[in-house]
Design a protein around this ligand. Sequence first.
Ligand code: ATP
Length: 773
Amino acid sequence: MAQSERRQEQERVNEVIDVIGEKVEKITGKKSNVKQGIVDLRKNFWDDVTVNLDENDDVYETQASIKQQAELLSERERRHGQMTKELKTLSRLQDTPYFGRIDFREEDERRSEALYIGIGSLMDAQNEDFLIYDWRAPVSSMYYDYAPGPSKYTSMDGEVRGNMTLKRQFIIREGKIKGMFDTGLTIGDSLLQAVLGGKASSQMKSIVATIQKEQNQIIRNESDRYLIVQGAAGSGKTSAALQRVAFLLYRYRKTLRSDNMMLFSPNPLFSSFISSVLPELGEENVVQTTFKDFIKDRVGNDLQLENPFDQTESCLTMIDDEQLKIRTAGIRFKASLAYRDLIDQLLETLKSKNMIFRNITFRDQVIVSKEEISNYFYALPNDQTILNRLEQVRDWLLRRLAAFSKRERKEDWVLEEAELLDKSDYASIFEKLQQQKQFSQETFDDYDREEQLLRKIVMNRRMKKMRRKVKQLDFVNCQKVYSELFYQHYADDVVPSHWDTICKSTRMRFEEGDCPWEDAVPYLYMKEKIQGRKGNQEIRHLIIDEAQDYSPAQLAYLQAAFPRCRMTILGDMNQAIYAQSLNSDTMLSEHLYKPEEVKKLTLLRSYRSTKEIMNFARAIVPDGGQIEPFDRSGKLPEWIDTSDELEKSALILEKIAAFKQNGFETFALIGKTMKECREAYRLIKDKTDVKLITQATYQFDKGFIIIPTYLAKGIEFDAAIIYDASSANYSRESEQTIFYTACTRAMHELVLLSNGEPSPFLNRIPTEHYLRT
Ligand SMILES: Nc1ncnc2c1ncn2[C@@H]1O[C@H](COP(=O)(O)OP(=O)(O)OP(=O)(O)O)[C@@H](O)[C@H]1O
């Protein structure tokens, strides 16, 4: 490319940066005025409000006046917030004003126009022309979708066709052009090479400058309620999902806010890993949670909920094959819609019998017995829904409680407790009586009234919790009702083998107040069908990452919990590491959705790892041949046999030292289970600086960590060492996906240690794809 052209481009960059500087100055000035306005308004809020409470009309006027003043204040605060956001974007543009340029000649136009694309848009000083187009603007889509030649985009007024005469990429840092390439079909492999060859970090980066065409389809999809993305490890699913969030926030900026979107991530570590992407794109983070936290919130404190990681750990460390078979059969059955049908059958039965209630007790005395409640419930007409009838029971119970409270108030213990009430309670009663103008200096009557009020306070306080529980329909014993499922008889072809054993262990766990993870969603489904629960109307878009970990029952539950939602569902069946997903339907199964509402896209190109690592890893999984590694070279994966512990720890330390020497910054020793990770940690913790990652770790920094596969999901490292790739560890079918997931965490180097006979998965991998020492 001619030097003169680069000079011209640099001159344009300089001009744009000047305009940005002027805008920054202008907005900063305005912002400080707005700020002063806010301070003044807050200080003098009441000066400008007319307060008059004499007559009804005056009260309304006062209210209107306060409202007007509050609106003025919040309008200014909103403007201030907007200016802060604008300044943040401008400051980013000052460093890197844009990353792309396309020259586009519209049909019927004689000249082509140069359009520059960056992370935010910028108008010229006269606010007439765009100096930079936001990457999310309709016209910018051509940058991602087309090579030079005929191209088109959809504007507000319809389709615009034309010819792209140039497509150019820039690397601009601190206002200086560091690189500039004219590109062909895909967005500059050279730029992508540079980006992917860089170091991993403890925080994911945005990919706006190098979004690929197939990723752009995910990002800009607007037509489908459920967008499913099945993508190979490292194909950019999470990246595309986050840029999609930014796109939707831009596209629907008038109606959609970041708190209307929710992202389900696989673990807290992942949440922190991705948390800087949206702010980097000038957007606020969306609501983030893990499915476990979401469910735990809903289960409440009635039951001790098992953690899904503990479930996985317990399955993976189970030595007895028969025991594992039974637990897995239970997990998989309870994740299916067939099991939900059994719950529906139970719910049907409950309309006429078997509903189980709790006694309503007070100070060890039964006020209303469960039998009485049951009789009242079943005496109500059974053409009404269960919820409807329970609401009537609730009202009846509240009346009974009120009558009881009135009676009980007279008891001696109430007065005894009243004497222990706070001074402030006495003061408030005194005030109340005075207000009622009933307190006339020390008369017998007044003391009597005071005592009544004190007794009332005691009873109200004592009964508050019980009343709340009744209002929440908590007089139904949902745990026991759910356990009923495990006392029923079903045809053999309905339930899995070993059903009796599954029933026994589930009953036992519920009796102890535990809720196994596989029962959590079915239990909630049943409980909410009985007690009712309103869906969340606030959240309008759900993004579900690692969706292969979600069962059909969990999907149905989420659909009911978020009835208005659209969903972006991303996952990889080859990384299904939970027992429920093995050879079963998951949230990625298209047929679980209405055909007209769902679209499935597939990403086959993998960007994270070198082609050597990906060639190795893809040979592990059955359809791995379809995965296309990105053409970036590195070392062959190395498989090292070592059975001696001392030798093993020396090897790990040697490898870590070599990684550091290579300039790598993040490296992980990956274990199959937490048990294995603790073992590895004990082996080397005194010899080097290393951190053990557990379920409770919410963040990780650069350096050396030890982590189990299920917590490393979605995360990447410069280099990874698989701690024990022996056949004892990785040979079952269910372990194949864990092994693949672990290997695909490495960007640049992969080392596998095996203790004894190597995993049979190694036999699937052509020998030229790794070094064996
Ligand atoms: N278009 C792109 N430009 C630059 N980097 C990209 C692009 N697409 C993906 N990457 C990089 O590839 C790596 C993997 O991306 P990401 O984590 O989004 O993949 P994934 O499909 O979610 O992976 P996994 O399923 O293994 O968790 C990240 O480092 C990401 O920045």
